[in-house]
Write a protein that binds this ligand. Structure first.
Ligand code: PLP
Length: 367
């Protein structure tokens, strides 16, 4: 069986280093907001090229708190791609704001910059871009729009740690950015974890209080905050894995390149790499499309190849958003009906990529 993702193998590669860090953490006697979190924040800010990084409990909190810190709430509208993972949209709803869904580009699966402007109203406050599957959105036209209408750009970087748009890394392409370190992400902890990056000092100071009961000083509360802190333990683990992130992303890139160069079956649409030569895709997912997805997926299962769907139901078809049931997002629906994610990870062998490729090239579409 070729697994979609072998999480255990991915972590065992760094077992010795992680065990040393965990031991250091255990023996420190300090378990909340200490040296590990502070050091990770500094190292991750430096990695992303931003002035600030702030650890939080998970990616959804990171997104939710950014909007809250900007004062975006009831009556405000936030633009967001219609094919994103539900968490991006939940962050908007959690603040009482209204998510306005924008269709993606069918080639890159990222928000289509040409469809943004027509949805802007005088209530629009921000554009939430999602660097889906590991590739940065086309930011230049989005920046122009954000300046013209005075909108904040909030990046959802949960799937794109380390990806570059030109010379800059994601996390440093807008006003503020949210990261998730959920175990399966490109930079994954051993549990829930997240972070916010920004160059905005006011936002940083406010978020620093918001994540810790709204307190900037022990027992004094500036805001009605929350408890959303990054654990010292997770920060200790993340510090180890951050050192290897570029290497691990390089391994993913090797698998992706093999797939792109060798999958030749005409009934399959391969992912498209855009944004020019300097940009890098970090291949959180390798997503192909085909008209009879269920048939392809069961064929691959019989060949011992595990695949997943990211995601099977578009947000506007979710029960949680039944108020959108009649809305029409044809590109998003097509994507959700046709996509299939192939195995890819930093620990996948090239020989397994060869097997997946051979199976795909032998596949005959059933119409
Ligand atoms: C994983 C993910 C999130 C949520 O992160 P959590 O840490 O699980 O809360 C948000 N947005 C996208 C695009 C994701 O893939």
């Amino acid at each position: 069986m070729i697994p979609f993702l072998d999480l255990k193998k991915m972590n065992m590669k760094y077992e010795t280093e992680m065990m040393q860090s965990i031991e250091r953490f255990l023996h420190s006697g300090w378990y909340i907001l200490g040296k590990e979190v502070e050091e990770f924040e500094q190292e991750f800010a430096q990695y992303c090229g931003t002035q600030y990084c702030l650890g939080v409990a998970n990616g959804l909190d990171a997104l939710t708190l950014i909007l809250r810190a900007y004062g975006i709430g009831v009556g405000d509208e936030v633009l967001v791609p219609s094919n994103t993972y539900i968490a991006t949209i939940l962050a908007i709803s959690a603040n009482g704001a209204i998510p306005i869904l924008i269709e993606p580009d069918l080639l890159t699966y990222n928000i289509d910059p040409e469809k943004i402007e027509e949805r802007i109203t005088d209530r629009t406050k921000a554009i939430m871009v999602v660097h889906l599957y590991g590739q940065a959105c086309d930011m230049s036209p989005i920046e122009v729009i954000s300046k013209k209408y005075n909108l904040k750009i909030v990046e959802d970087c949960a799937q794109a740690h380390g990806a570059k748009y030109g010379a800059n890394r994601v996390g440093n392409l807008g006003d503020a950015a949210a990261f998730s370190f959920y175990p399966g992400k490109n930079l994954g902890a051993l549990g829930d974890a997240g972070a916010i990056t920004t160059n905005d000092n006011d936002l940083y100071m406010k978020l620093k209080a918001l994540r810790n009961y709204g307190s900037h000083k022990k027992y004094e509360n500036l805001y009605k905050g929350v408890n959303s802190r990054l654990d010292e333990l997770q920060a200790a683990v993340l510090k180890v894995k951050l050192k290897h992130l570029d290497y691990d992303n390089g391994k993913r890139r090797e698998i992706a390149k093999y797939y792109l160069d060798h999958i030749t079956n005409d009934s399959l649409v391969l992912p498209c790499v855009g944004n020019g030569d300097d940009s890098t895709h970090v291949w959180h997912l390798f997503v192909i499309r085909t008209s009879n997805r269920e048939h392809l997926q069961s064929y691959l299962t019989t060949k011992g190849i595990q695949t997943l769907i990211h995601y099977p139901i578009p947000p506007h078809k979710q029960e949680a958003y039944k108020e959108w049931a009649e809305h029409c997002y044809p590109i998003s629906e097509q994507i959700h009906n046709e996509i299939l994610s192939l195995p890819i990870s930093p620990v996948m062998s090239l020989s397994d990529a060869v097997k997946v490729t051979e199976a795909l090239n032998e596949y005959e579409e059933k119409i």
